[in-house]
Design a protein around this ligand. Structure first.
Ligand SMILES: Cc1cc2nc3c(=O)[nH]c(=O)nc-3n(C[C@H](O)[C@H](O)[C@H](O)COP(=O)(O)OP(=O)(O)OC[C@H]3O[C@@H](n4cnc5c(N)ncnc54)[C@H](O)[C@@H]3O)c2cc1C
Length: 592
């Protein structure tokens, strides 16, 4: 059975050496000294590796079962869910006013990575609840917040998000679910939603569905969509679950991965719903949830890569095959371990350098979210809004690839279910699809986010890179393999942006044919920037005489690998973007 150990040391490095969070001006960060964050991360590491991770394979093999309208989750899920709930983990970064612990989002993000690595299917029950609670927190009335938030923060009640219908996933303007206004101010919701994660189960005493629906007579298309709170059990005056609402689970899907999470067809039959936010402004309200969810899904890519890598690394050190071409390393054994071979090293370095760069990017992004939420910093908000599709699309694509590489280290044994490596790739695959398929993330990035606020945020990103290179031009450690590759990659990104500006208006297909490459180009530059910054931090620790030289030297070498071997991908992406629409659109539909 695969194992999982929380990467607390690496998280501490990012939080303190790189981001220096306890010196930040963001309210709440001053309390986050290294001892405190270490204590939180160690405890989270314990519950994830000892309680949650051992259920990962159980969830995969047993899956969820629908019996007489009731969904049974895999053996042990209920007990573990109770334990996570009792430990207060689900409300770590939610407001104290509603029973949370009030810690910044950056801490919730670090903890979230651990839970996702340990068991993605299990973690989605609490993850979706967090997203739904955030939407109520931002858009709910005082009464709605009082009614739902304390129970959702503690996960006594869980939450869902209901967008998708059989005939519409990306194009939600086609939605058919109806919300008919009632005299008492509530609505009757009717329609069918599909693929609803955690839509039905028995681990919570109520499920609060957030449902998108159209009020008859409203504007056509996406502008006519509103958001509703639809509880499984209608909440009584005293705040407890009362009568069963008109919402039922019709079916659960058989699927490729995340078997421990129930993916439900939800039928709404004149169910009572309550408007959340304003009429016809449902997409805006849902976006609160979706942006958070997209970042959370990006993290799933990183998280599955991390756990798969950990196991591949152990295997590479253990499995004996062939001999080191430069000289025998294990003379007492019949062969040397896999890790001596350069091609296995390449694979492990690809994985490791992606994972550590991605972790820094995630936590740096989480810090931007804290800056936006806790300080009202509009620039930070704009920057993270620009980068959200990059976090989602790039980290899930690359995270999936990393799980495939980890599986490959196992050879044929990686394909056999017993080792658990196949589950990591199967579970990671969905992250490229839900919360907006990655192609649509790329579309959002190029079609919407680049030009947002007159292109101000992308210019701010370029400045960030440019200033870092300028300010550190004399840094000897960075001159050795960091600054030049970063400069080149950043030039590629700017050249791609320029191509879109010059060609996108004349021929939108020219921009959209290159959007996927652009998302990856951008992702590489983000990780390149993170690696350059981490290298600087690592060198500072070495110069200050750290006793842990091995850790910091490893950081520098891993960073140099990313800059030398992975970052040059920007050149390929730029060449593809510059080729424009013609090669992509050359065939008519009939010619395929
Ligand atoms: C396991 C699982 C769990 C899920 N959980 C939830 C959930 O909890 N709640 C929920 O509401 N939904 C959920 N979904 C649904 C998921 O979000 C959608 O499947 C996803 O958004 C894609 O929608 P679709 O399947 O209808 O694909 P389509 O919209 O039909 O898209 C098909 C393909 O075409 C591409 N495409 C579509 N439009 C364009 C365009 N304009 N330009 C370029 N490319 C385009 C897409 O990128 C995609 O690759 C879940 C799905 C699964 C499989």
């Amino acid at each position: 059975m695969p194992s999982y150990t929380a990467p607390t040391k690496d998280m501490q490095f990012v939080l303190h050496d790189l981001l220096k969070i306890s010196q930040s001006d963001i309210p709440g960060y001053q309390d986050l000294d290294a001892d405190f964050t270490s204590a939180v991360l160690e405890e989270a590491g314990k519950i994830t590796s000892e309680v949650v991770a051992p259920l990962n394979m159980v969830g995969d093999t047993e899956g969820c079962v629908l019996e007489n309208g009731v969904v049974r989750t895999p053996t042990g899920f209920q007990e573990a869910f109770d334990q996570v709930r009792d430990g207060g983990w689900t409300g770590l970064d939610m407001p104290e006013e509603y029973g949370g612990q009030g810690l910044p989002y950056v801490m919730g993000t670090a903890m979230g990575e651990m839970f996702s690595s340990a068991n993605q299917a299990f973690t989605m029950y609490q993850g979706l609840t967090h997203g739904a609670a955030s939407a109520i927190l931002t858009h709910g009335t005082d009464a709605q917040k009082t009614t739902y938030l304390p129970k959702m923060v503690s996960c006594e009640w869980t939450g869902t998000m209901n967008l998708t219908e059989p005939h519409c996933g990306t194009d939600l303007g086609l939605m058919r679910t109806k919300a008919v206004p009632q005299d008492d101010g509530s609505y009757k919701i009717s329609g069918q939603k599909i693929f609803i994660s955690a839509g039905e189960h028995e681990m919570a005493s109520n499920i609060i569905h957030l449902v998108l629906a159209k009020i008859p007579g409203g504007p056509d298309g996406i502008k006519g969509v509103s958001l509703f709170i639809v509880p499984k059990f209608i909440v009584t005056e005293d705040g407890t679950p009362g009568a069963r609402n008109g919402v039922t689970c019709g079916k659960i899907e058989e699927k490729m991965g995340i078997h421990g999470n129930s993916t439900c067809v939800m039928n709404y039959d004149e169910a009572t719903g309550y408007l959340l936010g304003e009429e016809h402004k449902g997409m805006r309200a849902m976006f609160t949830m979706m942006n958070e969810a997209r970042i959370g899904v990006g993290m799933q890519g990183l998280a599955q890569a991390e756990v798969a890598y950990q196991n591949a690394l152990d295997y590479a050190k253990d499995r004996l095959q062939g001999r080191d071409v430069t000289g025998v390393k294990n003379p007492d054994g019949p062969a040397d371990p896999l890790i001596v071979h350069p091609d296995i090293r390449r694979s492990l370095m690809d994985q490791k350098s992606f994972i550590e760069g991605a972790r820094a990017f995630m936590l740096w992004g989480a810090q931007m979210i804290d800056r936006s939420h806790r300080m009202g910093d509009k620039d930070a908000d704009g920057l993270i809004s620009l980068l959200t599709p990059v976090v989602k699309g790039f980290l899930t694509d690359e995270g999936y690839q990393a799980t495939v590489q980890a599986q490959q280290v196992y050879g044929g044994h990686g394909y056999i279910e017993e080792t658990g490596m196949s589950q990591f790739t199967r579970d990671a695959r969905i992250a490229m699809i839900y919360e907006g398929a990655n192609g649509v993330q790329a579309l959002d990035l190029v079609g919407r986010k680049l030009a947002q606020d007159g292109g101000k945020h992308v210019m701010a990103f370029f400045d960030l890179v440019k200033n870092f290179i300028k300010d550190n031009g004399d840094n000897e450690a960075l001159k050795n393999g960091f600054l030049e590759p970063l400069k080149q990659a950043s030039k590629d990104l700017q050249a791609a942006g320029m191509f879109f500006m010059q060609n996108g208006m004349k021929n939108p297909n020219a921009a959209l044919s290159g959007s996927y490459d652009f998302m990856h180009l951008f992702g590489h530059v983000c990780l390149g920037l993170m690696w350059a910054q981490m290298a600087k931090a690592a060198q500072e620790a070495l110069d200050a005489g750290t006793s842990d030289t091995a850790f910091y030297e490893t950081k520098l070498a891993t960073g140099r690998y990313y800059m030398a071997r992975r970052l040059p991908a920007t050149g390929m992406h730029l060449a593809r973007i510059n080729s424009g629409a013609d090669p992509v659109m050359a065939l008519s539909a009939d010619q395929f």
